[in-house]
Design a protein around this ligand. Structure first.
Ligand code: HEM
Length: 429
């Protein structure tokens, strides 16, 4: 035990907060999905409660104060805090997410070095080219499934941005693999198994690329993600193991494809709130930014993120012992009325004069990027959503036919049931 005498005087968190009545809540979490945490908070009239998930005691926390507590540097590790299959499908073993302290900071600095304003501007230019190439063939199709097309655009853009030579990009195959990894991360047996199976192919491909760069057979642009990751040295001055370098390469490609969900949600919002479309079409940057932020706040992506206490601490007079498993409710915090008045209403205006304290809007984590685990790709995500919505509103004439646009909150990750179909007007001759 590493806590001081002072800390030991405080109430252990497990004894000081309400607990759910059921023996184990795993099935309830899986069947209720995103609202699980918020419902328990409402029932128990609290923003901290304990429950059992997969047989383990978990402390669940929600809201702004909890975000400040959760994203303090060196307080939590992600090791042992995320379901193993989710970890294997997303960041995977040996990645930045599994590191702590100085090792994490060193690796994270490398990840952040790929996200400079220049890197993001390059990505926007590439994404625009890929969108326009897709738009060119849309009029020949009767219907376009926006979700599938967006994943295809982003997969191509991610690979080009990362410096992967065209001869190594099998876009339909890679898009299918990345898509399956994201879709399987919610821990549902059939989808998870499919994701894991397809991921094996991606890993073999990524390892081949890293080895080819190291052997001088592939020469990516200096400074490109492929070049930087292949040549990166950890704190011990050793190059990353091939498996780990391949994982980190996948970790900058797959999440770009994941942005497709936010883009499709953005198209869904433009359809539901058409009064915003003209401003988005003109490219009004303030309106576009506010709209993209409200999409990230309002629509569901990751329900929660887990951490295990690395160094014991006291919060609100409660003692969090080393090893305690804590789940932070991201979806509930983005819909917390204490932070967001009328949280269920889609209101981009709320972001027009918004100043973040970095613990309020948390769809991709909170706190500091370098010293914590906050998503390094957050600004790029906003750029990609803005780029896509602007182009869709200004360069494509489309209608949204009748379809099932409902969003099932019990499915994680979710999206519109119909995958958002559009009918594109033929070109005027
Ligand atoms: C749909 C868009 C995205 C969502 C919803 C998302 C969400 C997240 C979340 C919730 C975390 C974990 C935060 C934590 O543990 O505290 C994370 C970490 C991470 N994300 Fe993203 N992300 C997205 C896009 C991106 C992009 C575009 C990139 C890179 C190009 C990226 C790369 C990473 C990496 C490398 C980490 C691990 C960081 C660390 O542990 O220090 N993500 N992301």
């Amino acid at each position: 035990m590493s806590f001081s005498d002072n800390q030991s005087l405080h109430v252990p968190v497990e004894q000081g907060v309400p607990r759910t009545r059921s023996l184990d809540s795993t099935l309830k979490l899986l069947s209720e999905g995103y609202p699980f945490f918020q419902r328990r908070c409402a029932e128990l009239d609290t923003d901290v409660f304990t429950t059992r998930l997969m047989g383990r005691r978990a402390v669940c926390v929600s809201g702004h104060e909890a975000a400040r507590m959760f994203w303090q540097p060196n307080r939590f590790t992600r090791r042992g805090a995320i379901p193993p299959t989710t970890l294997m499908l997303l960041q995977d073993v040996g990645s930045a997410q599994t590191l702590d302290g100085e090792d994490h900071r060193h690796r994270k600095a490398m990840m952040m070095s790929l996200q400079t304003p220049g890197d993001r501007a390059r990505m926007v230019t590439i994404a625009q080219e890929e969108w326009r190439a897709h738009f060119a063939r849309w009029p020949t199709l009767r219907r376009v499934t926006l979700f599938d097309e967006t994943e295809s655009v982003l997969c191509a853009a991610a690979c080009r941005w990362a410096g992967i030579p065209p001869s190594h990009i099998d876009r339909p195959r890679l898009a299918q693999e990345f898509s399956a990894m994201i879709d399987g991360a919610g821990n549902v047996f059939r989808r998870t198994m499919r994701g894991l199976l397809l991921r094996r192919r991606t890993e073999a491909w990524a390892k081949g690329l890293i080895e080819a760069v190291r052997a001088g057979q592939v020469a990516p642009e200096p400074g490109s993600p492929l070049a930087v990751i292949a040549r990166h040295r950890d704190r011990d001055e050793q190059p990353l193991g091939v498996d780990i370098a391949a994982n980190e390469l996948i970790n900058v490609l797959r999440p770009v494809v994941a942005v497709a969900r936010f883009i499709v949600f953005g198209a869904h919002a433009m359809h539901e709130y058409p009064e915003w479309r003209p401003r988005i079409a003109t490219g009004d940057d303030a309106a576009l930014t506010a709209f993209a932020q409200e999409v990230r706040r309002c629509y569901p992506f990751f329900p929660a993120v887990g951490g295990r206490v690395l160094n014991a601490f006291v919060w609100r007079g409660l003692h969090f012992a080393e090893g305690t498993w804590v789940l932070f409710d991201m979806h509930g915090t983005n819909h917390d009325p204490r932070l967001w008045p009328e949280p269920q209403r889609f209101k981009p205006e709320r972001f027009m004069a918004w100043q973040s304290d970095s613990f309020d809007l948390v769809p991709q984590g909170g706190g500091d990027y370098l010293t914590g685990h906050r998503c390094p790709g957050e600004a790029m995500t906003v750029d990609l959503v803005k780029t896509a919505l602007h182009l869709l509103a200004s360069e494509v004439v489309y209608t949204v036919p009748r379809q099932d646009l409902s969003i099932d909150l019990s499915r994680m990750p979710t999206g519109p049931a119909s995958r958002f179909q559009i009918e594109v007007a033929p070109p005027v001759r």
